[in-house]
Design a protein around this ligand. Structure first.
Ligand code: GDP
Ligand code: MG
Length: 163
């Protein structure tokens, strides 16, 4: 059965990098500068024997520590409502920031299913951030590296029961 997965999280956590890896084409714009693209992007994704639609909440503007611009919230909520499952991505190198808590709150209230991913998980520099992600109360974080392709088997294992 097919499903729709939304990649949700603050700017720069690696959503577009994972989108590109799952879709296998450079459809989403990846940039070191947050806020370059503005829309939701959809692609046909494959992970092992799972085939699904993936939505990248591309182009979110920089989230300040305490506030989330209304447009960013609206874009995220739109993606969450379209999705059967949300992959909530945090940056394990940066740790859990106040902006992450705002996204977590949206997901707790609106999402049908949430899988938590601690991205940029390659190397020991991510250990503390992965541990912090537990504190979000959204379950066992799946440690991945979208850039290096690590943790994709664990991501599969987390998504497969929800497919
Ligand atoms: P988005 O704003 O959430 O879409 O994030 P991007 O996919 O544009 O990635 C933001 C930055 O993080 C880029 O410089 C990526 O190369 C980098 N990045 C993405 N995934 C990883 C990862 O697994 N490890 C590391 N070290 N960097 C990553
Ligand atoms: Mg992006």
């Amino acid at each position: 059965m097919s499903f729709t997965l939304a990649l949700v999280g603050r700017p720069n956590v690696g959503k577009s990098t994972l989108f590109n890896r799952l879709v296998g084409r450079k459809l989403a714009l990846v940039d070191d500068q947050p806020g370059v693209t503005r829309d939701l992007r959809e692609g046909d994704a494959r992970l092992g024997d799972l085939n699904f639609t993936v939505i990248d909440t591309a182009g979110l503007e920089e989230a300040n520590d305490a506030s989330l611009p209304g447009r960013m919230r609206a874009l995220t909520e739109r993606a969450v409502d379209m999705a059967d499952v949300c992959l909530f991505m945090v940056d394990a190198r940066a740790g859990v920031l106040p902006a992450d808590e705002i996204f977590a709150d949206i997901l707790r209230r609106r999402a049908k299913h949430v899988v938590l991913a601690a991205n940029k998980g390659e190397g020991a520099a991510a250990d503390a951030g992965v541990a912090e992600a537990w504190g979000l109360g959204l379950g066992d974080p799946v440690r991945i590296s979208a850039e290096h392709g690590e943790g994709m088997t664990d991501l599969y294992a987390a998504l497969q029961p929800l497919a």
